[in-house]
Design a protein around this ligand. Structure first.
Ligand code: Z5A
Length: 221
């Protein structure tokens, strides 16, 4: 009789608008998992520590200029740098908690417009370099109004932190969410930190306890 393959760990992504609390909540989730006996891997995109990540960092701080297509491909390459580590971790039973992923890649690049307000890069072109990356088992989309985001510290310091851009990004996230179906969970991130944490934990706890059946799937394949 064939032996049953063991269940693997889940890949959990927190996506969302700027200053919606993604970093705060991925850190809280990581800490809570640890407190309850689960050691996870915590990652963040862009990963500004790699050579590619440093080029992205310089671009985001407007310390350098790059062609829009080139920077889009760098963001994607930055994810591919960690793709096999993510897959190995999940198979080995260690959950991965991730702050931003391919969805930010599509929404931000796809929301750039020319002086006439027309998109610079087509949606499908933006999606294609991320096809085949490890697919998340759950994506929490942190939704927040630009007004609320502005009340939080540090807003407006980096390249894309402009209100019109953020509104286009929000529409684009909603479009992706409709396509993703049940994997995509929208969270009202304008509330207190503890309330947001509780909503995330309610769905993560059983996923981590029970594990996930089947191999790691691939994004958009
Ligand atoms: N980008 C891209 O173009 N393509 C890609 O493929 C990827 C990203 C992956 C940098 O991302 C930029 O890269 C980003 C998208 C683009 N551009 N923009 N604009 P990043 O993730 O490195 O950006 P960040 O600056 O580190 O994160 P963030 O989005 O601005 O913030 P956040 O992680 O969502 O929020 P936070 O750091 O947890 O909290 C922000 C502040 O709010 C902080 O003072 C907290 O204490 C406070 N906070 C958090 N939660 C709450 C609640 N619930 N109430 C009140 N205050 C709160």
């Amino acid at each position: 009789m064939a032996s049953q393959s063991p269940r693997r760990a889940p890949f959990i992504v927190i996506e969302g608008l700027d200053r919606s609390g993604k970093t705060t909540q991925t850190s809280r989730l990581y800490a809570r998992l640890k407190e309850t006996g689960t050691q996870a891997n915590l990652i963040k995109f862009p990963d500004r520590t790699t050579t590619i990540g440093q080029m992205i960092d310089s671009y985001l701080r407007s310390a350098s200029e790059l062609d829009d297509r080139a920077v889009h491909l760098l963001f994607s390459a930055n994810r591919w740098e960690l793709a096999s580590m993510i897959e190995k971790s999940l198979i080995a039973g260690t959950p991965v908690v991730c702050d931003r992923y391919a969805f930010s890649g599509i929404t931000f690049s796809g929301s750039k417009v020319n002086s006439e307000g027309e998109p610079l890069l087509p949606f499908e072109w933006c999606r294609s370099p991320d096809i085949g990356l490890p697919a998340p088992d759950i994506v929490f989309f942190f939704d927040i109004t630009p007004e609320k985001a502005k009340e939080r510290g540090g807003y407006g310091e980096e390249r894309y932190e402009k209100e019109e851009m953020q509104l286009r990004v929000r529409d684009s996230f909603h479009r992706i969410g409709r396509e993703m179906g049940t994997t995509w969970v929208t969270i009202d991130a304008g509330r207190e930190r503890d309330q947001v944490e509780q909503d995330v934990w309610k769905l993560v706890e059983p996923l981590v306890k029970e594990g996930v059946d089947g191999p790691v799937t691939k994004l958009w394949t």
